[in-house]
Write a protein that binds this ligand. Structure first.
Ligand code: SAH
Ligand code: SF4
Length: 382
């Protein structure tokens, strides 16, 4: 697609702005069939019609019932009277100079979330939000400073993938060579504080009647909500990334208040058991490098020691701190970051430094925050 000046994509005015309570997106097969039953579709047709609708939504990317040509016009009209398969309003669609894209979408209650697409040589990663804002106030995170917070519904979570594919032109759903090949739940919010909805949305995305994305291509990132980590392993089985960011409780509690509730020992015990004892899965530890806070040689040695002491099959992802307007930390220098990474690598644990993507459009890790919230703040200041 052609990049316009300033990297702004034309925002396509949707014909339908979706209505959450009428939307069939984010409902299971069974639930769609049940909805059809409620509007008087004959019992023996409900399953088949639900299957057709699923195919149109998740395989063909239909945004209206009108497109569903193998369903009679009369029935399509009846569906449109009661239901909706439209999209949310897209307030902003940006393209970074490195190809990263960001969409800001607005839901019917005027709440907004951001979704980011990161193209790489061998894959395309979609970073999905699970909440509007976040209650957890980690000190280094822009999302954590947003006061308005609510959980996203399964509809709103799945919708982010559909919107990305609309813009990328990825319909009908290809089985190979996909642009969106990987999903990471690393956008706004703490996914394990909205586990039920995240679980349902991911089950829909994994369903082989629709998008059919393998659970191995989905990674959930958490700040460490220990009880839900156990549930996530048992009930969803996606890859797990832990925002560790510090190796002692004092530092971690200072930068991540959730550590006071679930300290490092409890967190690492949950990681050790993720996926069951027999089936233990590789865990990714995310580690933000904050200058003078957690970036010393001793921190790097201690990180390796923790992983070894708890016998966790792990890799480390080093994330140089991404600044945002008003943030109070600094990114360490290049040499410090390389040394930190080398110490870990030298002891046999992979610790690549994550390249920052989409910084010019505030799309990098920890930079997401809704535009309206920013606008409200700047109005107050003037
Ligand atoms: N709430 C979840 C998922 C969203 S945050 C979690 O905390 O894991 C996604 C990742 O971005 C987390 O690892 C988070 O710690 C990191 N992050 C937050 N703010 C950041 C910043 N300013 N610079 C770099 N990474 C940041
Ligand atoms: Fe919330 Fe994650 Fe940001 Fe912490 S890092 S405030 S848990 S989104």
């Amino acid at each position: 697609m052609k990049t316009l000046p300033l990297g702004v994509e034309p925002v396509v005015a949707p014909r339908h702005i979706f209505n959450d309570s009428r939307s069939l997106i984010g409902l299971t097969h069974k639930e769609v069939a049940e909805k059809l039953r409620e509007i008087g579709i004959p019992e023996k047709q409900c399953r088949m019609r639900a299957q057709q609708i699923w195919h149109w939504i998740y395989f063909r990317g239909a945004k209206s019932f009108d497109e569903m040509k193998n369903i009679s016009k009369e029935m399509r009209n009846k569906f449109a009277e009661h239901f909706d398969v439209g999209r949310p309003e897209i307030i902003e669609a940006l393209i970074s100079k490195d190809g990263t894209r960001k969409w800001l979408m607005k839901f019917p209650d005027r709440q907004e979330v951001e979704t980011v697409f990161i193209p790489e040589a061998d894959r395309g990663t979609l970073c999905i939000s699970s909440q509007v804002g976040c209650t957890l106030t980690c000190k280094f995170c822009h999302t954590g400073t947003q006061r308005l917070v609510r959980n996203l519904s399964p509809t709103e979570i799945v919708m982010q993938l559909l919107v990305a594919r609309d813009y990328l032109g990825e319909w009908p759903s290809p089985s190979e060579g996909r642009l969106v090949s990987t999903i990471v739940l690393m956008g706004m919010g703490e996914p394990l504080y909205n586990f039920e909805n995240v679980k349902k949305a991911m089950q829909i995305v994994m369903d082989d009647n629709g998008i059919n994305l393998s659970r191995r291509r989905i990674t959930l990132s958490t700040s460490g909500v220990v009880p839900e980590i156990y549930r996530c392993g048992e009930e969803l089985g996606v890859n797990l990334a832990i925002s560790l960011h510090a190796v002692d409780d004092e530092t971690r509690s200072e930068i991540m208040p959730i550590n006071k509730k679930y300290p490092i020992d409890e967190l690492l015990t949950a990681c050790k058991n993720y996926g069951g004892i027999k089936n233990s899965r590789k865990i990714t530890f995310e580690y933000i490098l904050l200058k003078g806070i957690n970036d010393s040689d001793e921190d790097a040695f201690k990180l390796v020691k923790l992983i070894k002491d708890y016998k966790i099959h792990a890799k480390v992802n080093l994330i140089p701190f991404n600044p945002w307007p008003g943030s109070s930390y600094e990114r360490p220098g290049k040499e410090r970051i390389s040394k930190f990474s080398k110490i870990i690598f030298d002891q046999g644990i992979s610790a690549p430094i994550r390249t920052t993507r989409g910084e010019d459009i505030l799309a990098a890790c920890g930079q997401l925050k809704s535009e309206s919230e920013k606008a409200r703040k700047s109005i107050k200041k003037t």
